[in-house]
Design a protein around this ligand. Sequence first.
Ligand SMILES: Cc1cc2nc3c(=O)[nH]c(=O)nc-3n(C[C@H](O)[C@H](O)[C@H](O)COP(=O)(O)OP(=O)(O)OC[C@H]3O[C@@H](n4cnc5c(N)ncnc54)[C@H](O)[C@@H]3O)c2cc1C
Length: 470
Amino acid sequence: MNDARHDIVIVGAGSGGFAAARTARALGADVALIDHGPLGGLCILRGCMPSKTLIASSDLLHDVREGSELGIDAGEITVDFPHIMRRKRDIIAGFAQFRIDAIREFPLYEGRATFLSPLEIRVGDHTRIRAQKFIIATGSVVAPATLPGLEETGYIDSDMALELSRLPESLLVLGGGYVGTELGQFFSRLGVKTTIILRSPHLLSAEDHDVGYALTDYVRDEGIDVRTETLIERVYSRNGKKVAHLVHHGMAEELEADEILYALGRVPDIAGLDLHAAQVRAHPKTGIEVDQSLRTSNPHIFAVGDATGRFLLVHVAIFQGELAARNAVLNAAEPADYHLVKTHTVFSDPQVAVVGDTERDLQSTGVSYLKGVYDFAEHGKAICINKTKGFVKMLAAADSGRILGASVLGSHGSDLIHEMIVAMNYGATVFEFMKIPHLHPTMAEIWLYPAEEIAEKMNAVQVEPSAMRA
Ligand SMILES: Cc1cc2nc3c(=O)[nH]c(=O)nc-3n(C[C@H](O)[C@H](O)[C@H](O)COP(=O)(O)OP(=O)(O)OC[C@H]3O[C@@H](n4cnc5c(N)ncnc54)[C@H](O)[C@@H]3O)c2cc1C
């Protein structure tokens, strides 16, 4: 056994672990990373980046098909699926290499990590490392498939869906969360007969209902069969097809397809770490328990990212990685504030993006709020560019007009939300927001309408008809 010693050892070199390593190094600590590979992290290898690269192709296909509305008819459109996958592979290889080069600037132990004691970890069979502090950033894996018949019938998960060599003719997507919605729409737009099956009344069950129902309608309008409030009882094979036995409001039904995409969530990747030996409390489904400063039940060990089972978003993993590294190196207890950080987006079309509180959050906590909503169908620039699906919504404190949250369902929603993130970061009220100049005609100026609506409701300002809005 080779023995090594470092100030800080980070287990997992994905988004959270890499961010922690950089921060700890910048603070002067001797930092080492452990990763069993493949190096690069989920986001680059099998998450955000490959999925968004693929979705770029299906979104373009959709726009080209809709071109006739703008007087552009592209004629017969062909899809070169091998090219789409090759492009994705090349782009991801570039991103991964860039990240791997940066990871290799740190002392890197390649192998599976297992704790031996509260301050000691083993990597593979031959290396034992002692450290003053550890940061666990081991990410997540696809949740085990517990649905009766699924293992025997065969299925693909999101990892496999991003690596397909040919398109199935038909697809049953189990789950209407962001992975099911994004990938379901991708496959459908490429010509796969797609059905999304979910237990909730609308796609993205955690979102505000107006957002979720509207998205579900748009997705249905483009030909995807969305089966809401439907339980999947079991799956099995029949004549070379995969069959799902469903129950909807007490009525049984069977649906068959060439392939099943299992998109029912992810769980923290913590099995095999022997957290018990490290005196770290964790649960297989909800992940490693951490306090506000990201310390685990062992005060020398921190945990960040998907391994903690919350949010499962890259920017949260990075935020937590940086915070945990500061707390570890400086022996501090800076708490994590998620109010803005929990902002999130879904790359459906139209996209969903949310910052701060939702209406469901505010209703559950009893906060008194005012709401402004504006449809893209009423918005000049959206009409010009034929991107009229969806709406923006702003929520503000009823007494002060301080913006508490905002949502967008619309084209480029993931970019549009950033204006609201900045406004909320500086604690803006709707009155302050309305004074910010907005270019015309732009999609971004749509945010002025809900701000104006709230201001009018507060009856505190005389709203001048804006010269900017033709
Ligand atoms: C299809 C898909 C699309 C997504 N799209 C988005 C998106 O658009 N936006 C977004 O914000 N998020 C997205 N996500 C989620 C995002 O990818 C994750 O939240 C994020 O990558 C998690 O980062 P992490 O650092 O916690 O873990 P990871 O990046 O998974 O890193 C964990 C690392 O730990 C290593 N490891 C694990 N166990 C051990 C061990 N015992 N020993 C040694 N090494 C170990 C692994 O090899 C890995 O490198 C998506 C996820 C999926 C699946």
